[in-house]
Design a protein around this ligand. Structure first.
Ligand SMILES: [Zn+2]
Length: 282
C-alpha cells in the first residue's frame, strides 16, 4: 500500500428530516447543523488509492451535467474532479480504476461530462469502472421511489466504451483492496475496504454517510429498505469494532473519519481520540 488521499469534490444541502428519517430534529440537530430551511451541508467525498501501478478512485461526486435539474439541492463549492486530481499530480488518463459505491448522481455523476460540442465524454478514459451487478440492474429498473437519483448518461458512455466491470460478491480486486456488497440504501452498494500500513479504512458510502449516522437506527429516509440498512450497518460496525477499522464518512462536511467502539449496553460510539475532523466548507 503506497498512498491514500481523501478529498471533497463539492457540497450540497440535503433536508435534515430526509437525512435522519424517523429521528426527531431535536435529537439529530444536536449532532448535525442545519440552516433555517432545515438544510444540512453534505460533502461529496472521494478517495484516491495508489496500489502498485494502479491509481484507484473511489466515487466521483456529482459532476456538472445535471445541476439545473437538481437545483433544490443547492450545490456549492463544486470542484472539477480532473482539476482536483491534477493538483495532486495525477492526470485523468492515469486513473486505472474507478470504484463506485453506487450510482446515485452524487457518487457517479463526475464519471462523464459534456465537451464543448455537447458530446458525452469519459472523465477517466482509461479506467475500469467497478459497479455491483445488483446496482447495475437496479440503475436500469429502479423503484419509482429511487428513480430521481439516477441519470443514465452518467454511466451509459462507460458501458458503451467497454470500461464497465460488474461484481456480484465480495472480491479482493487488488492486494489490500476488497470490495464488499451491502443492501438497504439501494441494492448492491459497494463498500471498499483498504488496508494501509497501519489500519483498514472502510469507505462506508451511504451505509454510514455521516458521523451522526453511526447509530444503526439513525437511517436516512432515502433508504429503500431501512430494516436491511439497520442489519447491514450493525454487521459492518461490529466488525469495525472488533478489527479497529477506520470508517470514512463520505457525506460528512465536518468529520472525515473515526474508529468505533461498542459500549456494554450495545451502543456504537466513536473512539474519541481517533476522530479526524475536516474544515467545514463555509
Ligand atoms: Zn450519497
Amino acid at each position: 500500500m503506497e498512498k491514500v488521499t481523501i478529498f471533497d469534490t463539492g457540497y450540497f444541502y440535503a433536508d435534515g428530516g430526509a437525512m435522519f428519517g424517523a429521528i426527531p430534529k431535536t435529537a439529530w440537530n444536536r449532532k448535525y447543523l442545519s440552516d433555517a430551511q432545515n438544510g444540512c451541508i453534505l460533502a461529496m467525498r472521494s478517495m484516491l488509492v495508489k496500489i502498485g501501478e494502479r491509481y484507484i478512485l473511489i466515487d466521483a461526486g456529482a459532476g456538472n451535467k445535471h445541476l439545473k435539474a437538481l437545483s433544490y439541492y443547492r450545490f456549492f463549492g463544486l470542484k472539477d474532479i480532473q482539476e482536483e486530481l491534477q493538483m495532486l499530480g495525477i492526470k485523468p488518463e492515469t486513473i486505472t480504476d474507478v470504484v463506485l459505491t453506487h450510482l446515485h448522481f452524487d457518487h457517479c455523476g463526475g464519471c462523464t461530462y459534456r465537451d464543448d460540442n455537447n458530446q458525452l465524454q469519459l472523465t477517466f478514459p482509461n479506467a475500469i469502472h467497478w459497479v455491483s451487478k445488483p446496482q447495475w440492474t437496479n440503475f436500469h429498473e429502479p423503484h419509482p421511489l429511487e428513480r430521481n437519483s439516477f441519470f443514465l448518461e452518467d454511466m451509459k458512455p462507460i458501458e458503451n466504451a467497454g470500461m464497465l466491470k460488474l461484481i456480484d460478491h465480495t472480491q479482493l480486486i487488488y492486494p489490500h483492496l476488497t470490495l464488499r456488497l451491502a443492501d438497504g440504501h439501494t441494492p448492491g452498494q459497494i463498500v471498499p475496504y483498504v488496508e494501509t500500513d497501519t489500519e483498514t479504512l472502510v469507505f462506508a458510502g451511504d451505509v454510514i454517510p455521516l458521523f451522526a449516522s453511526l447509530s444503526p437506527e439513525w437511517i436516512s429516509a432515502y433508504d429503500l429498505s431501512p430494516t436491511i440498512s439497520y442489519d447491514e450497518k450493525t454487521m459492518l460496525l461490529k466488525e469495525a469494532v472488533f478489527h479497529h477499522h477506520r470508517i470514512v464518512y463520505c457525506h460528512d462536511a465536518y468529520t472525515l473519519s473515526s474508529r468505533v467502539k461498542q459500549t456494554t449496553n450495545g451502543l456504537f460510539l466513536p473512539e474519541r481520540e481517533s476522530i479526524v475532523y475536516t474544515d467545514p466548507p463555509l
